[in-house]
Write a protein that binds this ligand. Structure first.
Ligand code: ADP
Ligand code: ADP
Ligand code: MG
Length: 749
């Protein structure tokens, strides 16, 4: 009798916290459940699941699948043959070349892989095929269980207009707008007048914030509307548009819902995902701050009605936009899949949603009632991306030369799909990891978020970690005063370091002094221990100043300090270090106008960790070095700070990293007028011809990386020169795209 669900009683819940509520009752024990079981044909047990995704979500799903004793099958493209998700699986099947449309988006190859591997079910993760009704249907037709909602619900919700109609009839509040079929531009303009400006134009089949346009007044309408239509046709294959009142200070609050195949739907509380850049979430939290429990109840009920309206089962998210001026909430869209930010919900309800997904897909009824859904404490998720924050959050690529996420605990969780040495490629989403923290209250959770961000070590490519730290430390975020324009609204605090220039500079000097001391200490122990495999004489022979008898050892270090946050270029720091007889170091730095001195004692710990004492205060220090672009890059994490320095190669320093020098695009200096790719990506459109005469600011080509589109424009008026890229071509970051030459009338166009 005891189905596998009874195991739920025995095991500790997901995060080591226990929830007596949830453990009191399990699927198979409740009378309704038993009856439901009998009604449904007894599901055959699933023994093998194929995960049709990559990266962190594939790894995260496999973790649960494995825990349930079910075998895992990974799929991979040629770019991912050695990836963590492949290594984490019991079996792995190649499904095609690197581009997603030939591999992770190829439904037929994935079904074929599942059948070959003998899997009974497919979990699609998020992105890729997770919201493809055709794929869900194809799975069922092939005798495979799709671990997700019914294809019909995916179809209904995939069209924002259709979904709004369904929601409207189910009594779910909608943003005032027009969601009809009539698409004539004059008609649409008159609808816009009725709604009242500002309005938001949205492609009905859009996603990822793409193609949306804000229109402030009637005279901008036609141009924006036609532009949005073109973009929607190009991106989603459907040029249908809907109009909505643009809410000027909204919050994005969404509700996690869950349904079983017997018509029961629960909501698992809400998440606030207001902190966004480019309409994409970067910090999420659950529950939403500063809302009343009444509001929570109403929102939850609306979400459940929404799900019931489309006969939903499995995990889904109903997104609402909340007008902070009126407090009114409106249905925005429903995401018919597991969401990126689902872990914050898992943290506050103490459950594993992937486990629920598998059980519900397998025909088991939901284990609890609405009144039994707990709300325990508060959780945050920060999405750690490889991206270039000062360049407008453009996706970045590169090698993770050093990767040391914070260690997981019962209240700190890191979901990641990469390991040190892996490459973040231009083919897929540049998310490196999700950092999820839990605390008994919002402020307790926030303390953990800040601490964990400051200790999350990534070096080798630009990331948004410093930026996330700034967000988490911002007073308005601390107060929970979030809204979707948060980043834009506080951009001066978040991007402009000039108000704290002196402080930042002095902190960098302090960081540089610690680096110099740690490097000397490391070098010292390196030589003292001798070279690996060498004899003792070697170390004496190679010993540098500290070991030479009659030397008063002094070293000069030159560091370029890059302030990763504001991208205003780098500053040169010159440090002189004098070895003391007791093994400590005196370090002097010429600052701007004044000189600073430190007395530093270093105790090397394991790997690249050190305990460093400065003027009687000791801190834990982590160091990472790698070579790139003719420079040695040095990262230091000390206290709650992180600094990044560069040193010209050839300066004497310990050399214990095996990274290789790579040719540089970034360092190459190009003649004036040269335009380089601001990010690695796919050329989706070329709008000019080589030799053509163009105006300043004229769009030349469109680059796309993941969900981000970037229009590359002419930096000045002139003639396009050397434009050789074509649509469909991948270009690396900083590669030369074309140049603009001055135009002389006698020149041919
Ligand atoms: P969310 O609102 O949860 O961010 P989105 O629909 O915008 O949902 O995207 C969900 C996630 O799916 C993204 O963060 C991204 O990681 C992933 N994703 C979406 N499209 C793709 C794609 N074409 N390739 C890889 N990953 C994708
Ligand atoms: P997507 O499918 O691209 O996620 P959504 O309809 O969910 O599109 O909208 C994405 C984001 O755009 C929201 O999270 C919110 O920040 C903003 N947004 C959407 N609708 C409105 C609106 N009517 N007024 C103001 N902002 C909106
Ligand atoms: Mg959305």
């Amino acid at each position: 009798m005891p189905s596998s669900m009874a195991l739920l009683i025995l095991r500790r819940n997901l995060h080591g916290r226990t929830s007596s509520l949830l453990q009191a009752r399990v699927f198979s024990r409740s009378p309704e459940a038993a009856a439901a079981r009998q009604r449904a044909s007894e599901p055959k047990p699933v023994e093998k699941i194929l995960v049709a995704n990559r990266g962190e979500i594939a790894c995260r799903i496999m973790r649960t699948v494995r825990r349930l004793g079910i075998r895992t099958v990974a799929v991979y493209s040629d770019a991912d043959a050695g990836s963590l998700h492949v290594r984490s699986a019991d079996e792995a099947v190649r499904i095609g070349p690197a581009p997603a449309r030939l591999s992770y988006l190829s439904g037929a190859s994935i079904i074929d892989a599942a059948l070959r591997a003998g899997a009974q079910a497919i979990h699609p993760g998020y992105g890729f095929l997770s919201e493809s009704a055709e794929f869900a249907q194809l799975c069922e037709e092939s005798g495979l269980t799709f671990i997700g909602p019914p294809a019909s619900a995916i179809r209904d919700m995939g069209d924002k207009s259709a979904s709004k109609k369904i929601m409207g009839s189910a009594g779910v509040p909608l943003v005032p707008g027009y969601h009809g079929d009539e698409q004539d531009v004059d008609f649409m303009r008159s609808e816009a007048e009725k709604i009242g400006y500002p309005i938001l134009i949205k492609p009905t089949h859009g996603g990822g914030g793409k193609g949306m346009r804000i229109v402030q007044s009637a005279n901008e309408f036609v141009e924006s509307f036609l532009g949005a239509q073109r973009e929607a046709a190009a991106s989603f294959g459907v040029d249908k548009i809907l109009l909505e009142k643009y809410i000027t200070r909204p919050r994005h609050i969404e509700v996690q819902i869950f349904g079983d195949k017997y018509g029961k739907v629960l909501h698992l509380n809400e998440r606030d995902c207001s902190v966004q850049r480019r309409h994409q979430k970067i910090i999420e939290e659950a529950p939403a701050p500063n809302v009343t429990s009444d509001f929570r109840t109403h929102l939850g009920q609306a979400a459940v009605s929404a799900a019931k309206a489309v006969k939903y089962h499995n995990a889904g998210t109903v997104e609402f936009i909340v007008d902070t001026a009126s407090g009114q909430f409106y249905f925005m869209e429903m995401n018919t899949r597991l969401q990126v930010e689902h872990p914050v919900t898992e943290m506050i309800v103490g459950q594993d949603l992937v486990e629920w997904q598998i059980r519900v897909a397998n025909g088991e009824p939901l284990p609890i009632d609405q009144s039994e859904v707990p709300l325990l404490g508060h959780a945050f998720e920060a999405r750690i991306y490889a991206e270039n924050v000062p360049k407008g959050f453009l996706p970045a690529t590169g090698v993770l030369h050093h990767y040391r996420p914070v260690p997981g605990t019962s209240s700190v969780r890191v979901d990641t799909g990469v390991e040190e040495g892996d490459t973040v490629s231009m083919h897929y989403d540049p998310m490196i990891a999700k950092l999820v923290v839990w605390g008994e209250s919002r402020s307790a959770a926030l303390v953990k978020l800040k601490d964990s961000l400051s200790k999350f070590q990534v070096a080798g490519l630009p990331t948004n970690i410093n930026f996330l730290g700034k967000l988490a430390n911002h007073w308005a975020f601390e107060d929970g005063n979030v809204e979707t324009h948060f980043i834009e609204h506080f951009k001066d605090d978040l991007f402009d370091d000039s108000r704290h220039e002196k402080e930042a500079y002095e902190e960098a000097i302090y960081g540089a002094a610690l680096v110099a001391a740690c490097m000397c200490s490391k070098e010292n122990s390196y030589f003292r221990e001798g070279f690996p495999g060498g004899n003792g004489l070697n170390s004496i022979w190679h010993a540098n100043p500290p070991f030479r008898v009659n030397h008063c050892a002094e070293r000069v270090f030159e560091f370029q300090w890059d302030n990763d946050n504001d991208g205003t270029g780098s500053k040169l720091l010159v440090l002189s270090l004098i070895y003391q007889a007791d093994g400590q170091y005196d370090i002097e730095v010429e600052g701007e106008g004044n000189s600073l001195g430190f007395h530093v004692k270093v105790t090397p710990l394991v790997n690249r960790d050190f305990r460093v004492e400065v003027d009687g205060v000791s801190v834990q220090v982590g160091l990472a070095t790698y070579e790139k672009d003719l420079d040695k890059h040095i990262h230091i994490w000390h206290g709650s700070k992180h600094h990044h320095f560069r040193q010209k190669l050839g300066q004497p320093l310990f050399d214990d990293d095996d990274s290789q020098h790579k040719p540089s695009f970034e360092m190459a200096s190009h003649p004036q007028g040269t335009v380089v790719a601001p990010m690695a990506g796919l050329v989706v459109k070329v709008l000019a011809k080589d030799g053509m005469r163009v105006e300043e600011g004229q769009p030349i080509l469109v680059l796309e990386a993941m969900k981000m589109e970037h229009v590359v424009k002419a930096p000045s008026a002139g003639c396009v020169h050397g434009l050789a890229v074509t649509a469909g071509q991948q270009v690396p970051d900083s590669s030369v795209l074309f140049s603009i030459k001055e135009y002389y009338p006698e020149q041919k166009e």
